[in-house]
Design a protein around this ligand. Structure first.
Ligand code: GDP
Length: 481
């Protein structure tokens, strides 16, 4: 029996242990209060302190968000680039972080989760640039306000800002001009994976030093930077209280923030009910290929080697077994959810289990919701399919992911699943071993700092604290464990 068919409505905690608040209109966002029915028990419960901080952040977002007097005053200040009048007239100063997410959907979701945690740590209101399709994909997470940046925001072309602009954090640090922050309308923080040593000093920044004087931070990032926040002494105490367990930060933030819109949730639930619900076990296999969109035999071999060695899929036999009539078999069923831009891997694996019986007698059914062939990030329908598939991956019992893929990180992160990670192939050959069980369900930070904030010099940041380690799939990356 599947969790969803056995769990009674009354036993399901729709609010995920207090992570969510009641009171939102359920019809406008079905997923918000029904996602609990599609997952196993909550993998990690939020701490009482995290719940308290979330409620505080919601109040801040409402008090300072778009449409409020405080927002108008702060936006006017930005428009005129001077600070006259930002005092008591605003009913208390509100500070903001505007996130400019970009690249694929996995990258964007990791960026949003990271910026949200940073906003909580520094008492800033989080607002999202609208340039990408995020508003078609996700419901509003905060009650009574919006997290979308108003269209008439004074800074235009946020997507084109770079670390070169005079407002950049890089520039302030490089030119020792932190004192001039009061004269700037905003500070731009560039955390792109190609950002520089000086940009990354942001990760050691103690807000209280000078950034607190910047009412507006604009941040551009394409990845998960939460592990770096855990290395900053300024945030350590607060993070310890919020997350007594360090391995479920993304899981909790994602379940708080990401509620697919009804259109996406329709895709998810219909697919789940059609192909996954009635199976005894569900395995996810996420195939992401970085060498091009044509099918590669070495990657098919890698998937087969991994699932065989780790006993995630049964072997097949060459002889046709004698089978009893279908109604009496009682065979265990395994649904395999594959995702990928190509359908070739799926077709091969599906054919393998159609062509031959399994040695265990299990019935293996293989499905793939879409095959988009190429990446078209930013296109709404394409992104909707991507999100639906990440959600479906999160509804499996075990998952194999492709190393380096943020799409995969979100899939296993949403499910609270520690994945088997397939190593990224080098020179078009199947890696040996093909995969390994990860240590944690956390995403990997791809462009970490190499600097010890406490000691004030360069260091191996995977060795500074026990809960921040190098990732399995990227030797220099950092993940929480
Ligand atoms: P990453 O490039 O693997 O780190 O993941 P991203 O999500 O950031 O970017 C890849 C993008 O390609 C996704 O957002 C999708 O738009 C598309 N894509 C990649 N793999 C899949 C897949 O399995 N299914 C779907 N529907 N889209 C995919």
């Amino acid at each position: 029996k599947t969790p969803s068919s056995t769990r009674q409505e009354s036993n399901v905690d729709k609010l995920l242990g207090g992570l969510l608040v009641p009171g939102f209109d359920e019809r406008s966002c079905h997923s918000r209060y029904s996602s609990a029915f599609y997952s196993k028990n909550v993998t990690r419960l939020p701490s009482a302190y995290l719940i308290k901080r979330l409620r505080k952040q919601e109040a801040l977002q409402r008090r300072c968000g778009p449409g409020t007097e405080a927002y108008r005053a702060a936006a006017a200040l930005l428009r005129y680039r001077h600070r006259v009048g930002l005092n008591d007239t605003t009913g208390g100063t509100c500070k903001y972080i505007v996130l400019v997410p970009y690249r694929g959907l996995g990258n964007r979701m990791l960026a949003v989760a990271s910026a949200f945690l940073y906003a909580m740590l520094t008492d800033r209101v989080l607002l999202l640039d609208r340039a990408t399709s995020l508003s078609d994909l996700f419901c509003e997470p905060f009650p009574g306000t919006t997290w979308l940046l108003p269209r008439r925001f004074p800074i235009k072309n946020l997507q084109n800002l770079t670390g070169e602009v005079k407002e950049s954090y890089r520039n302030l640090v490089q030119n020792n001009s932190a004192a001039s922050v009061s004269g700037l309308g905003y500070v731009f923080v560039d955390l792109d994976h190609t950002c520089t040593y000086h940009d990354k000093l942001f990760y050691c920044d103690d807000e209280r030093q000078f950034l607190h004087r910047a009412p507006w931070l604009v941040m551009r990032t394409d990845g998960y930077f939460v592990p770096a926040l855990f290395l900053n002494p300024a945030h350590q105490e607060e993070l310890d209280r919020m997350f007594p367990r360090k391995d479920a930060v993304f899981y909790l933030l994602a379940h708080y923030l990401f509620h697919p819109t009804n259109k996406v949730w329709g895709l998810v639930t219909r697919f789940y009910n059609s192909y996954m619900r009635n199976s005894d076990e569900k395995l996810g296999i996420q195939v992401r290929v970085f060498d091009g969109d044509t099918p590669f035999k070495h990657i098919l071999d890698q998937i087969l080697a991994c699932t065989s060695q780790e006993r995630l899929l049964p072997e097949v036999v060459t002889q046709e077994p004698m089978l009893p009539p279908p109604s009496t078999t009682g065979a265990r069923s395994k649904a395999v959810l594959m995702t990928g831009l190509s359908s070739w891997y799926y077709e091969n694996i599906r054919w393998k289990y159609l062509q031959s019986a399994t040695a265990t007698g299990e019935v293996v059914s293989v499905y793939q919701p879409s095959h988009e062939e190429h990446e078209f990030s930013g296109k709404t329908t394409h992104d909707m399919k991507a999100l639906a598939e990440m959600c479906l991956l999160g509804m499996t019992d075990a998952i194999v992911t492709s190393g380096w893929s943020t799409f995969g990180y979100v899939g296993h992160g949403l499910g609270g699943l520690t994945p088997w990670v397939m190593f990224k192939p080098e020179n078009l050959t199947t890696p040996d071993p093909p995969c390994r069980r990860a240590r944690s369900m956390e995403p990997c930070m791809h462009a970490p700092p190499f600097y010890d904030c406490r000691a004030g010099h360069g260091a191996d940041t995977g060795k500074l604290v026990p809960h921040v380690r190098h990732c399995e799939d990227m030797s220099w990356g950092l993940e929480l464990v």
